[in-house]
Design a protein around this ligand. Structure first.
Ligand code: IMP
Length: 193
């Protein structure tokens, strides 16, 4: 059985991937291989950041591994918050402050097109493969819903009249950027012997 390390400490992500990946591949966490530190995301694109993480783990442990990086891109803000999505208002993971900053920046702006993007960098037998997923939508003028995380309460995907935060997890996972990028990865892994 192939071993594959998911370069995250996020248990939720691991379980989501484990469910999709089937039993051909043994999925390991960073903790499973004895890595407990943090990897600095110093890149200016999602692909760069994902690649920094996957290559770091590959070079240190010589194992097949993948990492992802995601965020929100708002057209009227020239693609911001982008790679700064988690710390847009200054404090890493302060989702309320991040949403406040976005809503304030968009006050009086009519074009509110945005998208979530995920890029996955997989290092498989020493070679990098990138997988990307996006979901297009608009930024609402205010919050709606309690589900999800991050910018979900202010993001309405195209074709819907509710936000990500008003969807069930299954509904969101059917169309999300992360699920779409993961589908690319799963498809690739299905083709390896
Ligand atoms: P990560 O790369 O998956 O850790 O995502 C970085 C940041 O992007 C998160 O902290 C959120 O602010 C934002 N983000 C990524 N995916 C989502 C999502 O599905 N919903 C809402 N916010 C997201």
């Amino acid at each position: 059985m192939h071993k594959l390390v998911l370069a995250t400490n996020n248990r939720h992500k691991l379980e989501e991937v484990a469910q999709m990946i089937g039993d051909k591949i043994e999925l390991l966490t960073l903790a499973d291989i004895g890595f407990t530190g943090d990897i600095d995301e110093t890149g200016t694109t999602f692909a760069e950041n994902a690649g920094i993480k996957s290559r770091y783990i590959f070079e240190k442990y010589n194992v097949n591994c993948f990492a992802d990086d995601s965020g929100l891109e708002i057209d009227a803000l020239n693609g911001e918050p982008g790679v700064y999505s988690a710390r847009y208002a200054g404090t890493h993971g302060d989702h309320e402050a991040n949403m406040d900053k976005v809503l304030k920046s968009l006050e009086g702006v009519t074009g509110r097109k945005a998208r979530f993007r995920t890029v996955i960098s997989l290092i498989w037998n020493g070679q990098e493969h990138l997988f990307e997923g996006t979901v297009e939508g608009t930024i609402r003028p205010g919050r709606a819903g309690n589900g999800g995380f991050g910018y979900d309460p202010i993001f309405e995907p195209d074709g819907y009249t509710i936000t990500f935060a008003q969807m069930s997890m299954d509904e969101k996972n059917a169309i999300s950027h992360r699920a779409r990028a993961l589908n690319g990865l799963i498809h690739f892994l299905e083709s390896v012997d």
